[in-house]
Design a protein around this ligand. Sequence first.
Ligand SMILES: [Mg+2]
Length: 164
Amino acid sequence: MDPDRPRRPLAVVDIDGVLADVGHRLHHLERRPKDWKGFFASARSDPPHPQGLALAAELAEDHDVVLLTGRPEHCRADTEAWMAEHGVAYDLLVMRPPGNRRAAAEVKVGLLGLLAADREVAVVVDDDPAVIAAAGTAGYRTRLAPWGRPAESLRQAQEVEGRT
Ligand SMILES: [Mg+2]
């Protein structure tokens, strides 16, 4: 983040199902065994969710935007390139730490705590009701993004297998 800029509150925004439409790559998780490599490798070609891009742009007007995703660190370069391609303005990209296989809700609430220790977290936007519920219980203001409802295969990957 730019140290010369005034410290604005944070808007924490999820990527998959909020900004990026993952529908075209869910088939990688619906086969057995699941093809995690294929699932993540095709993230670079996700179509954007226009509502998500609009919301992120609106939030960026008076917040620093933190992208908080269950995607693993090895997806960082592709994720940054995708954000650049789709004109998403953000200040920080926080990803699932290497080797961490906890449920997305648990990982995200833990990472929110680190962010909140340093700066006000004004809102948390996610498409996953489990993440929204956990963040709400932890005292954060939340906003459920309803346009990218998680498919069962993705819910399983996020909340049970802790993969994304
Ligand atoms: Mg999501």
